[in-house]
Write a protein that binds this ligand. Structure first.
Ligand code: UT7
Length: 329
């Protein structure tokens, strides 16, 4: 039987830093408010001509190189994004494949907002375990600055740009396998976090609609996020007869320090288990979890065999968690 193994990680962050002080000149807010309520100190903003696919391809090149898998042996690319190069088509995954010099490869995007990366870990696992694919490149890439309303202080302080990628490969060794991926959704909460314009559900004509920007009911989203992120982890640990002590690194979606702290405390995670990058990157939606994994990898804290627990929550509403040993070198 083929098992799916998480082989490598890579990430890319754009150069430009947008500070809280700069945002204070754009909307009625302050560094003190943003830091206290979110833990975010700065976020990265992509250049005008830098696309989601450019950032995704940059992260992917690093992930492929670190995986030891030959580029030509990648047989599928999945991209999680809510800020694709083009809405509808072509998919950002196909553009990434061309930028990597790959052809004849299955490539598609998925839309699960901030939970996107956990969803694609699950999809890759299923394709590999079924025997259909052997080496899958998964990418979370976001240019959220392109869909952020910089006159709305409730959202513009939160979001940033960046990308992360990983290679998931087939193995016969069960000890290297992704343990489990648990995902879900509840569409009845759709209006908490959405981009209301630009699609066929828009109140405006889809082709004449306003700029596509995110809108969020922040406080309500906050409460559902804490509840869902906590119950989601309890469920996956219980399902696999594991406890939080067996987790080396807990990697929650980086939305708000207060959410992460509340969830970490509820799950009795020790501070050193909890990975935090929200201060320097803000919320990068589908890119947030792979960027955080890359952060501990590049700082030398992530070692081969370490057990990771991923936990995400986002628009849809969607949620998901995953338990997997990191099998990169
Ligand atoms: O990634 C997907 C999931 N997303 C999330 O999980 C995000 C969840 N939400 C949040 O992170 C928080 O709800 C926010 C950071 C967005 C807001 O923090 P909050 O503590 O929930 O604030 P609030 O919305 O309850 O607003 C409290 C006050 C309000 O003023 P009044 O009515 O008390 O006078 C807001 O108008 O804070 C005001 N406010 C701000 N003040 C300064 C809201 N945004 C700002 C701001 N600067 N940027």
């Amino acid at each position: 039987m083929a098992y799916a193994s998480f082989r490598s990680i890579g990430a890319y962050v754009p150069e430009r830093i947008l500070s809280n002080d700069e945002l204070s000149k754009m909307v009625d807010t302050s560094d003190e408010w943003i830091t206290k309520r979110t833990g975010i100190q700065e976020r990265r903003i992509a250049a005008k001509d830098e696309r989601t696919s450019d950032m995704g391809a940059n992260a992917a090149k690093i992930a492929i190189e670190r995986s030891g898998v030959k580029k030509e042996d990648i047989d599928m690319i999945i991209c999680a994004t809510i800020s694709p190069d083009y809405f509808n088509m072509p998919s950002t995954a196909t553009i990434i494949s061309t930028k990597l010099g790959l052809s004849q490869v299955t490539a598609f995007d998925i839309s699960a907002a901030c939970t996107g990366f956990v969803y694609i870990v699950g999809i890759a696992k299923a394709f590999i375990e079924s025997g259909m694919k052997k080496n899958i490149l998964i990418v979370g890439s976001e240019k959220l600055s392109a869909i952020t309303d910089y006159s709305d202080r409730g959202t513009c302080i939160l979001f940033g740009d960046g990308a992360g990628a990983a290679v998931i490969s087939a193995t016969e060794d069960k000890s290297e396998a992704i343990v489990d991926v648990n995902t879900g959704s509840d569409g009845s909460y759709a209006d908490l976090l959405m981009t209301p314009n630009g699609g066929t559900g828009s109140a405006h004509d889809a082709l004449e609609s306003d700029k596509v920007c995110m809108q969020m009911k922040g406080n309500e989203t906050f409460k559902v996020a804490v509840r869902t992120l906590t119950s989601d982890v309890k469920e996956i640990l219980e399902k696999n007869s594991m406890n939080s002590d067996e987790i080396t690194h807990f990697i929650p979606h980086q939305a708000n320090y207060r959410i992460i702290k509340a969830v970490g405390d509820a799950l009795k995670m020790r501070d050193e288990q909890v990975v935090l990058t929200v201060a320097k990157y803000g919320n990068t939606s589908g890119a947030s979890i792979p960027m955080a994994i890359n952060d501990i990898y590049e700082s030398g804290k992530l070692k081969k065999g370490d057990m990771l627990l991923l936990d995400a929550f986002g628009g849809g509403l969607t949620w998901g968690s995953a338990i997997l040993p990191f099998m990169g070198e």
